[in-house]
Write a protein that binds this ligand. Structure first.
Ligand code: PMT
Length: 215
């Protein structure tokens, strides 16, 4: 398969020296990209800024902002058989980016934020993608219910949900513990190293893709 994987955080500038971001290290998405490549698939990894090396045999497209992520996915999704969205994309950016460094003034500084495009949410409708679609869901409560809502709303075949409030898993950790939320059922995978979980998730996605092709 040709597979697109998104990974890492995005950065949304406030001024020339500051930005809004999150704690994503990219480890989960890079592990997915590596596992797809090791299984013989052609992989395009679209990633926000991380400290990680690009896995062997993976095509790489670096981006910085949510808007750049959206545009990169829009440009490449058409020739993909499957797409996996593991990036932690900023939901909001500064309404205006200050050209000069924002000066300290007063006790309270109010930032005006505007919504960024929802890339995964645009893939089925706006981009017309008909391949296998897998999202991640980072939740701090009601893991399965919230992930199932994302599965339906974003038209995914599978949502891989992680509880990012649990210490030792999820953001910026080598380990994760996930729920695989399918349209008809849910399956929990025990906590493991991300690079052990990834090949297991890849096999699941291969099965979904094979079933979609034969139907
Ligand atoms: O990078 P690590 O440190 O290894 O951490 C891994 C992880 C916790 C980041 C990863 O496992 C994970 O959960 N990734 C999704 C994080 C997230 O932003 O989840 P969400 O529930 O807010 O978004 C749901 C889905 O929509 C995700 O697939 C996300 O990539 C996608 N999305 C969200 C917002 C947006 N503007 N565009 C998107 O495409």
């Amino acid at each position: 398969m040709r597979v697109l994987v998104t990974a890492g955080p995005t950065r949304e500038a406030l001024d020339p020296v500051r930005y809004l971001t999150n704690r994503s290290s990219g480890k989960m998405g890079y592990a997915m990209a590596a596992a797809f490549a090791e299984a013989g698939h052609r992989v395009l990894l679209i990633s926000g800024p991380t400290q990680l090396d690009v896995p062997d045999g993976v095509d790489f497209l670096p981006i910085e902002t949510a808007q750049e992520m959206y545009e990169a996915v829009q440009r490449h999704i058409g020739r993909m058989d499957a797409a996996v969205f593991a990036a932690a994309v900023a939901d909001y950016r500064a309404a205006t980016v200050s050209e000069q460094k924002i000066k300290k003034a007063g006790e309270i500084l109010t930032l005006e934020l505007v919504k960024t495009p929802d890339t995964l949410g645009s893939v089925r409708g706006e981009f017309g993608f008909t391949g296998t679609l897998v999202g991640f869901a980072a939740e701090t409560q009601n893991l399965e219910v919230n992930a199932r809502e994302k599965l339906k709303r974003k038209g995914c075949d599978l949502v891989i949900a992680n509880d990012v409030s649990k210490p030792g898993i999820g953001f910026d950790s080598d380990r994760n513990e996930v729920l695989m939320v399918f349209p008809e059922h849910t399956e929990a995978l025990p906590e493991d190293e991300k690079h052990h979980l990834a090949p297991r998730l890849v096999r699941e996605i291969e099965t979904i893709a094979a079933a979609r092709q034969s139907s």
